[in-house]
Design a protein around this ligand. Structure first.
Ligand code: UDP
Length: 240
């Protein structure tokens, strides 16, 4: 790795919506390809990369249950949506020549690998990107919780939350309040108390209990991911 890089192993979390471009639904391959290039630039630095991608561009369990579906079934549909996104990302990463494994919390052997912790660690050591799919495999959780869980299991040094249209965590919604201020750093407890919307509360608590830093940064900034890993650009660090 280049000497300026502070991280050896990280987890990048993006929402499903980050993949849909301006389509309003589903996957937009050129957008997925653009994100894959951002990831490649970090992979080229020698950093080991885990990814968790949400499913909200296709299906959210809560939305299904609000429309009368049984919640657990709706959540399984949401988890399957994340597998579609993970496969879409794998295709674009492999088009760039990066060996990538999709690893699902719900076994589906013809499609991708099942989650086996030691095997995933080995992939990372061999510089393969691991895209963790199907969330935690459990209903009532989110891909934010899955990201925190996997980052802990894989001993990542931090979670990088790549956002669109926002460059960190603000004390109030910057789209509604022009006077909103961005935090350089903010504690887990303040995020929870003020409901600052970095991740859902169980994911924040899991990060806090394991002292896992969360770095919120703009993924739509070209070269942004690489810059943030070297400590450049604007971002917010959530820590103890
Ligand atoms: N989900 C779940 N368990 C998990 C992770 C995800 O049930 O461990 C379901 C849940 O229904 C959620 C959907 O998958 O709404 C998509 O994930 P999420 O909403 O986190 O996606 P994002 O908002 O990041 O796109």
């Amino acid at each position: 790795a280049e000497p300026s890089v502070k991280y050896k192993r990280v987890l990048l979390k993006i929402s499903g919506e980050a993949l849909m471009g301006d389509q309003g639904y589903g996957l937009h391959p050129p957008t997925v390809a653009r994100i894959a290039r951002e990831v490649k630039s970090v992979h080229d630095m020698g950093v080991e990369i885990c990814m968790v991608i949400g499913g909200g561009n296709i299906f959210r369990g809560l939305a299904g249950s609000a429309q009368g579906m049984e919640r657990t079934t709706a959540d399984y549909m949401g988890m399957l949506a994340t597998v579609l996104n993970a496969l879409g990302m794998q295709a674009q990463l492999e088009a760039l020549g990066i060996h990538t494994r999709v690893i699902s919390a719900i076994p589906m052997d013809q499609v991708c690998e099942p989650y086996i912790r030691r095997r995933a660690v080995r992939h990372l050591e061999k510089k393969r990107i691991c895209v963790f799919a199907a969330g935690t495999g459990n209903p009532y959780f989110t891909t934010d919780t899955a990201a925190t869980l996997r980052a802990n299991e894989m001993a990542c040094e931090a979670i990088f939350m790549g956002k669109n249209g926002v460059d960190g965590v603000y004390d109030m919604d910057p789209k509604k309040h022009p006077e909103a201020k961005r935090y350089e750093t903010v504690s887990y407890d303040e995020v929870l108390q003020k409901n600052l919307g970095v991740m859902d509360a169980s994911a924040i608590a899991l990060a806090r209990d394991n002292n896992l830093p969360i770095i919120v940064f703009p993924l739509d900034e070209p070269g942004g991911f690489k810059g943030i890993l070297a400590g450049k650009g604007t971002y917010t660090r959530v820590q103890g």
